[in-house]
Design a protein around this ligand. Structure first.
Ligand code: RIB
Ligand code: CA
Length: 313
C-alpha cells in the first residue's frame, strides 16, 4: 500500500508536536506533503516557529512549512498559553529554527496542492482550529470534492467541553470554520475528547519515552511533563491527554479506534453553547450522518505504537 499523502494543519502545541513526530517517524504509511500553521494554542508567529522546530527535532529540516491564518473567520483569537506555556512548546529547551517558512500563504498552498494532486489522493489532518481549511474551501470551492478525507482532532460529546462546559478548544476558537468543514460533504473522521481523554501519558508511559534516550523521546517526555499540569489540576487525571497524536495514529493503525458514523453539527449561534459539536450519537434526528465520530481507543496499543515510532527518530 503506498504511503498516504497528507497535509498537517497545526497549532503546536506539545500534543501537535507529538502528532507531527509520529507522522515523520512513519514514512511507509504517511507522506507529509506539507505542514500548515494556524493560530490557536498560541499566536501564528509562534505556531509557525514551533512547527519548524519540531521538523528540525525530527531531522526533517526540508519539510515544507507554511504560515496560514492568524485569526478565526469571525471572532477574536482565543489562545491557550495557560495549558501550553507562553511559547506554546514549553518543556524541552529546543533551539530556534534555522529552516525558513515557505513564502506561499498556507491557504493558497492547500488550494494548489488539492488542485494539482490527483483527486481523492490527499488527506487533510487538522490538529487545531479549522480556519485554514475553511478559508481554502471558501476561496476555492472546487477543491472540496478533491479531498480524500479529513481526519481531525476536535469536538466532544460524552466528555463535554474543555474550554467551556460544552465546547472543545479547536472547535470553540473558530466555530464558523468548523461549521463550514462539517457541512462540506468531505468524509470526516473526528478524534474528540471522548477518545483523547483516554490517551493519557501516565508516569510509566512518560518514563518509556524518556528511556528511548534519543532527542525526540526525551523532548516528548519533557513536553508531556509540562503539558500535563493543567489536566492534572482540572481533572485530577494521571497524565497529559495526547489529543493530536490520535489523528496520526489513526492513519497508521485505524483499528486502535472505534466509533460511529453519525451526524455532527456545530453550534454557531448561542454564546452559551458556542462551538459545541452536537453529535447525534443515538440517531434521534433525521439529520444525515456526516462524520465518523470516535468513541474509544486501545490506549495501550496506541502508546506501544507511539513509543516504538518515536524511538525511530
Ligand atoms: O482541545 C485540545 C486541542 O486543542 C488540541 O489540538 C490542542 O493542541 C489544542 O489545539
Ligand atoms: Ca492542536
Amino acid at each position: 500500500m503506498p504511503a498516504r499523502k497528507i497535509i498537517i494543519d497545526t497549532d503546536p502545541g506539545q500534543d501537535d508536536a507529538v502528532a507531527m513526530l509520529l507522522a515523520m517517524a512513519s514514512p511507509d504509511e504517511i507522506d507529509i506533503l506539507g505542514i500548515t500553521a494556524v493560530a490557536g494554542n498560541v499566536p501564528l508567529s509562534l505556531t509557525a516557529r514551533n512547527a519548524r522546530m519540531i521538523c528540525e527535532l525530527a531531522g526533517r529540516p526540508h519539510t515544507a512549512v507554511y504560515a496560514g491564518c492568524d485569526r478565526p473567520l469571525g471572532r477574536e483569537l482565543v489562545t491557550a498559553e495557560y495549558v501550553h506555556g507562553k511559547t506554546g512548546l514549553d518543556g524541552p529547551d529546543l533551539p530556534e529554527p534555522k529552516m525558513q517558512l515557505r513564502q506561499q500563504h498556507a491557504v493558497d498552498y492547500i488550494i494548489d496542492t488539492l488542485r494539482h494532486e490527483p483527486a481523492g489522493t490527499v488527506t487533510l489532518c487538522p490538529l487545531g482550529p479549522l480556519t485554514n481549511i475553511a478559508t481554502a474551501f471558501q476561496k476555492a470551492p472546487e477543491i472540496v470534492e478533491r479531498v480524500q478525507e479529513i481526519v481531525l482532532m476536535g469536538g466532544a460529546y460524552f466528555e463535554v467541553g474543555n474550554v467551556t462546559p460544552t465546547a472543545e478548544f479547536n472547535i470553540y476558537v473558530d466555530p464558523e470554520a468548523a461549521d463550514i468543514v462539517f457541512k462540506s460533504g468531505v468524509d470526516i473522521v473526528v478524534m474528540p475528547l471522548d477518545v483523547t481523554h483516554k490517551a493519557l501519558v501516565t508516569q510509566p508511559r512518560n518514563d518509556a519515552f524518556r528511556a528511548l534516550g534519543n532527542a525526540a523521546g526525551i523532548a516528548v517526555a519533557q513536553m508531556t511533563d509540562f503539558f500535563e499540569r493543567f489536566d492534572k489540576d482540572k481533572y485530577d487525571s494521571p497524565g497529559a491527554p495526547l489529543h493530536d497524536p490520535c489523528v496520526t495514529a489513526y492513519l497508521i493503525k485505524p483499528e486502535l479506534f472505534t466509533g460511529r458514523h453519525v451526524n455532527v453539527e456545530i453550534e454557531t449561534t448561542s454564546e452559551l453553547t458556542m462551538g459545541m459539536t452536537v453529535a447525534d450519537w443515538w440517531g434521534v434526528t433525521d439529520r444525515t450522518p456526516n462524520a465518523m465520530f470516535m468513541g474509544d481507543i486501545d490506549a495501550d496499543g496506541f502508546f506501544e505504537l507511539l513509543t516504538k515510532r518515536i524511538g525511530r527518530l
